[in-house]
Design a protein around this ligand. Structure first.
Ligand code: FAD
Length: 452
């Protein structure tokens, strides 16, 4: 628990420190080009990487550059959204709160802000995000561009809480968008994969700040599925992580509370150290997987803690992995999950990392995977030192059969035709994309393929 707390604090400090560092480094290209994402699964030899500090600098970069442009946030997407031989633009130096409305509980941030900075800043002005993801090191623009979400039957993905945004197109046009102003661009830009232009400012609808109680319960996989199904409406947030080979699962619930913050305690063994050890052991000795997963109960015990929402939501994910995640209709979520775990066992897939099961409420953003559909999010992970293809190749067809839509930031093998079939507004998005970026400068190879 103390590591989580330290992590949040460190992330916030890092975001500030990095912003300060960039303030002294003018918008000159990085002299050693080369970029890779968090997992190391995506990389590129980009021509340049710019860190504009102001909108004027950003406009001048757009004007003077040629070829493909891609915005990069925290690099925490697994899918090939960023790689380009052209120019990368990071808004890392354009971060922080711009203004807030205490009456409407809305706040406008520079889009380069990291989520840790957003949520802790909101706490200081009496507001809170409705929900948060598993980690908080993503940039605000990056998280919104891929419909990043947490868990909760009544809670939507982050993009659903945008009330207004500022988009700067590759042509240098500045668009202020909301449901009233450029409403179609707004619907497209709420989840845009960075394909429309650069998001520079975002206004979020928030709620009054709040305190959460987290409870983690360790049980068998069958008990966890039954518990979550029975209690899904009793907690604002509920999810489970299942280790199907050892029949162990961790159910995590969050509820609002007025209780005082609990003191931070240090676990006798850090969960990331344990995970790295187990994943490495299973990589080298696959036969040890069921035993190691079953032993989980010895290292992870039931626990509870209380704290401000922004401290309770994020976990520390220090052990790298690659991930596939699909959103299936909530009505078939448990069934799909059961089938996925049965396939993992049947194919004796060589993976220690758990399956994650979460709920996300419907919204109306055109390219939101939760578009008009209450969903269950099912994700599978593979240790970064192991090939993820065998596991994803078994799981993906199952999740697709249940009508799944992939997370935009996570690995999948769908093409443009597939997306056209599963998104009712796919053609509308493409129309807006061509309208705001007629020369396709914001499209890298992957996006050109899916929009072909
Ligand atoms: C350890 C880990 C845990 C995760 N947990 C969760 C989770 O709990 N829930 C969940 O839903 N997802 C989760 N994710 C996925 C992650 O939230 C998304 O992939 C998110 O997009 C990453 O944000 P980023 O800032 O790193 O963006 P990047 O990966 O850098 O970029 C993502 C997209 O945003 C675009 N973009 C970035 N900045 C801008 C801008 N200024 N203007 C326009 N477009 C822009 C990029 O072009 C790209 O298309 C997790 C990922 C990791 C690695």
């Amino acid at each position: 628990m103390s590591s989580r707390r330290q992590f949040v604090t460190q992330s916030t400090l890092l975001a500030f420190a990095s912003a300060l560092a960039h303030r002294t480094a003018l918008a000159t290209p990085d002299l050693a080009p080369g970029w890779s994402n968090w997992s190391g699964g995506q990389s590129c030899s980009n021509r340049a990487l710019f860190y504009p500090q102001t909108e004027a600098e950003l406009l001048s970069i757009l004007k003077s550059s040629t070829g493909t442009l891609r915005a990069v946030g925290g690099g925490h997407s697994f899918s090939p959204l960023i790689p380009t031989r052209g120019t990368l633009i990071s808004l890392e130096a354009m971060n922080g709160l711009i203004s807030h409305d205490a009456h409407r509980l809305q706040a406008t941030f520079h889009a380069g802000s990291r989520l840790a900075q957003v949520s802790s800043t909101l706490w200081n002005i009496g507001q809170g995000l409705f929900n948060e993801a598993d980690i908080n090191v993503q940039s605000l623009a990056g998280a919104l561009s891929t419909a990043t979400h947490g868990t909760g039957r009544q809670l939507q993905c982050l993009s659903a809480y945008i009330t207004a945004l500022k988009l700067i197109t590759a042509e240098g046009e500045v668009l202020h968008c909301s449901r009233a102003e450029h409403p179609e661009v707004f619907q497209a830009a709420r989840v845009s994969l960075g394909a429309l232009g650069i998001l520079t400012e975002v206004t979020l609808q928030n709620r009054p700040s709040y305190t959460l109680q987290e409870q983690v319960r360790v049980m068998s996989v069958t008990e966890a599925m039954r518990y979550v199904d029975q209690h899904k409406d009793d907690f604002s947030h509920i999810e489970f992580m299942a280790f199907p080979f050892g029949n162990r699962a961790m159910v995590k619930t969050l509820v609002e509370t007025k209780a005082p913050e609990t003191p931070v305690t240090t676990p006798w063994i850090d969960e990331n150290t344990l995970l790295d050890f187990a994943a490495n052991t299973v990589r080298q000795h696959p036969w040890s997987n069921p035993g190691l997963q079953h032993l989980l109960g010895m290292f992870v015990s039931d626990s509870s803690r209380v704290g401000p929402s922004w401290k309770i939501y994020p976990s520390t994910r220090a052990v790298r992995f690659n991930e596939m995640e699909y959103q299936v209709p909530a009505t078939v979520g448990m069934q799909a999950c059961e089938e996925v775990m049965a396939a993992m066992r049947q194919h004796r897939l060589d993976v220690f990392f758990p399956l994650e099961f979460r709920y996300v409420a419907a919204d109306d953003a055109w390219l939101s995977p939760f578009h008009e559909r209450d969903s269950v999010s099912i994700s599978v992970h593979q240790y970064y030192r192991q090939d993820y293809h065998p596991i994803f190749a078994v799981i993906e067809p199952i999740l697709r059969r249940y009508g799944g839509r992939p997370h935009w930031g996570k690995l999948n093998t769908l093409n443009g035709r597939d997306f056209q079939d599963i998104y009712p507004h796919w053609e509308d998005f493409r129309r807006i994309q061509r309208q705001v970026d007629p020369h396709g400068r914001m499209l890298n190879r992957y996006l050109r393929q899916i929009f072909a």
